[in-house]
Design a protein around this ligand. Structure first.
Ligand SMILES: [Zn+2]
Ligand SMILES: [Zn+2]
Length: 386
């Protein structure tokens, strides 16, 4: 563990790491669809609306890197200053640990918003191929700034965003709030007055930490809080501010109210936690299979039919929901298993031509449905050892 800590910058917390990686894996999966769509969008914008004709040369590459970083600065800053964009970006800030897995906390909604911002690059005139390559390099940089194990880096601090600068950005200490939005270069923050040097030790996470590692709750809690506030706000102008105003338009009590209304209070079972790690082993197996499948889908998705892509994507998303539910020993997890089985059985049924396969598969499903409650009880006993 110490070696991993040194090499990967990981301060271990099993639940938080699974939670971080689940969000990242879902984004990578959805990004397969998103990247393809936006490549065509970039191409369309470049072909029809490009303001100038830019060709590849050393200075156009330098200009592109600088511009990409400039767009990032504003995309990121607006992600903190416009409530609806904060609803998507908040997920990146939920982790109370700060390590390389924190960098993966990007949701597909945030990736969508980011790609809309990137449209400005082909609009200026940069060819889509140059834009995509730059985005890959630029996007990889931020991985290295998510660690507590690298201290101050001398002169590098004056030019680039370093782990020290980004620690400040992730901190919820009052003096660090809304600071250091840059991704690669530090001068945008200095230019626009949002730079802050790391001085006191950062405390990570959002000011009101979430009560759960639920995959869905981490993605959607802020949108639910927003809709709660929106419904209780009078006047069109005020409602508009709930969506497009600064996040401080929220009263601050929404979290507690929606948590009370929406979260099924799962009772953590400390005795069981000490007694058995079986559910963790089940998570590990599922997570390893999910990661292997994610790699295969990333490599071979073009060879798969749309229905196969949809099927595998759905199974993987359900697996992530399942792993996060297992972390908290939720009993509704069996319903996720049931939906996953339905998807699997129906997919198999449609893959094989012949009515008898269809009948056989659905008979299995019917049998399962009829014994649902008994199987559920046995499953809960087996996985959680109640
Ligand atoms: Zn941020
Ligand atoms: Zn970050």
């Amino acid at each position: 563990m110490l070696l991993a800590k040194k090499i990967f910058g990981i301060v271990f917390s099993y639940k938080k790491i699974i939670s971080n990686l689940s969000i990242g894996a879902a984004e990578r999966l959805c990004n397969i669809w998103l990247a393809g769509v936006f490549y065509f969008v970039f191409r369309y914008i470049h072909n029809h609306f490009a303001l100038i004709d830019i060709v590849s040369s050393w200075y156009s590459w330098v200009a592109l890197i600088l511009l990409t970083d400039f767009v990032w600065y504003w995309y990121h800053r607006l992600g903190h200053e416009i409530n609806i964009l904060w609803a998507f970006h908040i997920v990146h800030h939920q982790s109370e640990d700060f390590n390389y897995t924190t960098s993966t906390r990007i949701t597909v909604f945030q990736a969508l918003v980011r790609n809309v911002f990137w449209c400005v690059l082909p609009l200026i005139g940069f060819p889509p191929e140059m834009v995509i390559l730059t985005l890959v390099i630029h996007g990889s940089y931020s991985f290295f700034t998510h660690t507590e194990l690298v201290g101050k880096l001398g002169w590098i601090e004056k030019v680039f965003i370093t782990p020290s600068h980004h620690r400040v950005h992730h901190a919820s200490n009052t003096e660090y709030l809304d600071k250091n939005y840059g991704d690669m270069f530090v001068f945008w923050d200095k230019l626009f007055g949002t730079f802050k040097e790391e001085q006191t030790k950062p405390v990570y996470g959002i000011t009101k930490p979430l009560k759960t590692h639920s995959f869905l709750w981490q993605h959607f809690h802020y949108l639910i809080e927003m809709s709660y506030r929106f419904n209780r706000t009078r006047g069109l102008k005020n409602k508009f501010r709930i969506i497009f105003g600064k996040p401080d338009v929220m009263d601050g009590d929404e979290r507690e109210i929606v948590e009370a209304n929406w979260l099924v209070e799962g009772q953590p079972i400390p005795v069981f936690e000490r007694r058995s790690g079986r559910y963790k082993r089940y998570i590990n197996v599922q997570f390893a299979a999910m990661l292997a499948s994610l790699i295969l889908i990333t490599l071979y998705h073009e060879r798969l039919s749309v229905s196969s892509n949809f099927f595998f994507s759905s199974i993987l998303i359900l697996t992530l929901v399942n792993c996060c539910a297992l972390l908290e020993q939720k009993k509704w997890i069996f319903f996720v298993e049931y939906v996953r089985l339905i998807l699997f059985v129906e997919y198999v049924a449609f893959q094989f031509n012949g009515w008898y396969y269809f009948v056989l598969c659905n008979l299995i499903l019917l049998l399962f449905t009829l014994t649902y409650n008994t199987l559920r009880k046995k499953y809960i006993q087996l996985v959680y050892q109640y």
